[in-house]
Design a protein around this ligand. Structure first.
Ligand code: 1HA
Length: 270
C-alpha cells in the first residue's frame, strides 16, 4: 500500500491511504511500550483523524511485527505515573482510551505479537481487533504493581464475560490468537503476512457504508454502557442530524430575522 505520512512524530507513525488513517507505535525495541509522549502523539493524531473528513476509519497498530503494544514503559514509571520530559507523572493513556471510544469513526486494532498490559487494554477499547497468528494477549497489572479498573476491567468483562475477565486479571496468563478468537476478544485471526491486507480489506468494506449510520451505531453501542455520558454522545449525534433539517433551520433563521418562527409546515410524525 502506498501509505503517505500525515504528520511527523517522534514515537509514532501517522499515515494515510485511501480513506484509512494508520496510527502506529514506533518503539519496537521495547515491544512498543508507550511513554507519556507516545500517548500525547497518539492523542494528537486521533484529533486529526476526528476532524479530517477524508478519514473514515482508523487502524491502531505497532511497528515491527513482534508487538502491538506492551503497555506503559516501565523504565519511565515514577512516583504517581509515567514521567515524560516535563517531569509530570501521567496516566494519559486513559484519555486516549476515552478518545478511541468517543471518535465517531470505527477504530480497528491490527495486532501482531504482544498486546500486553496497558497495550492489551488499547486493543480492547477498539471497535474491532484483527490478530496475526503470532499475537499474544494478556494483562500483567497484579504482577508488575498496576491495574486498570476502568475500561480495562469493566469493558473487558463486557467483551469476554465476567469469569474470563477475572481470570485474565487474577492469573496474568498469556493467550494465543486462537484462544483470543474463541473468547470473543478478537474478530479474526490471519497469518502475519496477511494481517495488513486483511485489515485494509475490512476498512474498505466499512468505507463503502453510510458514515452517519456507522456514527450512530458506534454511539449506540457505547450508550448502553456509558450511562449519562453515553446518552450525551448519542444525543449530540441526534442534534447534528436535527441541525441538517429545514425545521431546525427555521428556528435559527427566525431568531436572526427577529421574527416569530413558523414550524406549522413541519410534520408531526406518528
Ligand atoms: O496498568 C497500566 C495502567 C493502569 C491505569 C492507568 C494507566 C496505565 C498505564 C499503563 C499500564 C500498564 O501498561 S502496566 C503493564 C506494563 N507492561 C507490562 O507489564 C509488560 C512488560 N513486558 C513483558 O512482560 C514482556 O516484555 C513481554 C511478555 C511483552 C515480552 O516478553 P519477551 O518476548 O521475553 O521480550 P522482553 O525481552 O521482555 O522485551 C524486549 C525488550 O523490551 C526488553 O528490553 P531489553 O532487555 O532488550 O533492554 C524489555 O525490557 C523491553 N520491554 C518490554 N515491555 C516493556 C519493556 N520496557 C519497558 N516497558 C515495557 N512495558
Amino acid at each position: 500500500y502506498n501509505w503517505s505520512t500525515l504528520k511527523e512524530y517522534k514515537e509514532i507513525l501517522f499515515q494515510f491511504y485511501n480513506g484509512i488513517a494508520k496510527i502506529s507505535i514506533n518503539r519496537p525495541e521495547v515491544h512498543n511500550a508507550f511513554t507519556p509522549r507516545t500517548v500525547a502523539e497518539m492523542i494528537d493524531a486521533m484529533n486529526i483523524c476526528r476532524d479530517n473528513s477524508d478519514i473514515g476509519v482508523i487502524i491502531l497498530t505497532g511497528e515491527g511485527g513482534k508487538a502491538f503494544c506492551s503497555g506503559g514503559d516501565q523504565s519511565v514509571r515514577g512516583h504517581g505515573g509515567y514521567i515524560g520530559e516535563d517531569t509530570v507523572p501521567r496516566l494519559n493513556v486513559l484519555d486516549l482510551q476515552m478518545q478511541i471510544r468517543r471518535i465517531p469513526k470505527p477504530v480497528i486494532a491490527m495486532v501482531a505479537g504482544w498486546a500486553i498490559g496497558g497495550g492489551h487494554v488499547l486493543h480492547v477499547v477498539c471497535d474491532l481487533s484483527i490478530a496475526a497468528h503470532n499475537a499474544r494477549f494478556g494483562q500483567t497489572g497484579p504482577k508488575v504493581g498496576s491495574f486498570d479498573g476502568g475500561f480495562g476491567a469493566s469493558y473487558l468483562a463486557r467483551v469476554v464475560g465476567q469469569k474470563k475477565a477475572r481470570e485474565i486479571w487474577y492469573l496474568c496468563d498469556q493467550y494465543n490468537a486462537q484462544e483470543a478468537l474463541d473468547m470473543g476478544l478478537v474478530n479474526k485471526v490471519v497469518p502475519l503476512e496477511q494481517l495488513e491486507e486483511t485489515t485494509v480489506a475490512w476498512c474498505e468494506k466499512i468505507l463503502e457504508k453510510s458514515p452517519l449510520a456507522l456514527r450512530m451505531l458506534k454511539a449506540s453501542f457505547n450508550a448502553e454502557l456509558d450511562g449519562q455520558s453515553g446518552i450525551q454522545q448519542l444525543a449530540g449525534d441526534a442534534t447534528l442530524l436535527y441541525y441538517l433539517s429545514d425545521e431546525a433551520k427555521e428556528g435559527k433563521n427566525a431568531f436572526l430575522e427577529k421574527r416569530k418562527p413558523d414550524f406549522s409546515k413541519y410534520p408531526k410524525f406518528p
